[in-house]
Design a protein around this ligand. Sequence first.
Ligand code: PRP
Ligand code: URA
Length: 208
Amino acid sequence: MKEIILNHPMVSHKISILRNKDTSTKEFRELISELATILCLEALRDAKLESFKVKTPIDETEGFKINENNYAFVPILRAGMGMVDGVLTVIPNAKIGHIGLYRNESTLEPVEYYCKLPNKIEEKTVILLDPMLATGGSAVNAITQLKKREVKKIKFLAILGAPEGIKKIKEMHPDVEIYLACKDEKLNESGYIVPGLGDAGDRIYGTK
Ligand code: PRP
Ligand code: URA
């Protein structure tokens, strides 16, 4: 079971701006994207490299490359879309799937409304994206949908995670690696992360 929390002063700096209720939509979007890039780099620490010969202007040496075709990004709609540009700067040719889920506001249970995944998804490492891991219902549902399609390797990336959500993923899907920019304190009675940053989707899209 792998749970990685980014521990870096610049991550703390950027998350503090995200948390600020007065941060503009533009800056909020940019920071979600930047943190997604950092999370993705961390998630790819174990990426397999193929070696090849490269000629520099001076000499010939050994170069290395990853096989971009081995990866797919799957944002959980809507807020996960805010992380896509950031992760594409790391693997520009990765395929992209979409899983549509929203939380029922009273039960907090995820409601499925869309799923479109790349061909041969079962052969790829799937990097699942959602800025918020609260109760864990949405992440667990998305992971279950991926496993129904025979996906074997899943890495879940979120900006903020509550202990409740982390525990739920570990219980239901202990093989999934979790990468968080920050672990927050708890959930409040409405299922929001505390101290959190509010509703990520609304802040990315300016819908409230
Ligand atoms: C938010 C967030 C996650 C989910 C997390 O989405 O982006 O998908 O809530 O909560 P959970 O861990 O308790 O399931 P929301 O349902 O608000 O939909 P949206 O992305 O369309 O705004
Ligand atoms: N979804 C959000 O966008 N924010 C929270 O705090 C919890 C779930």
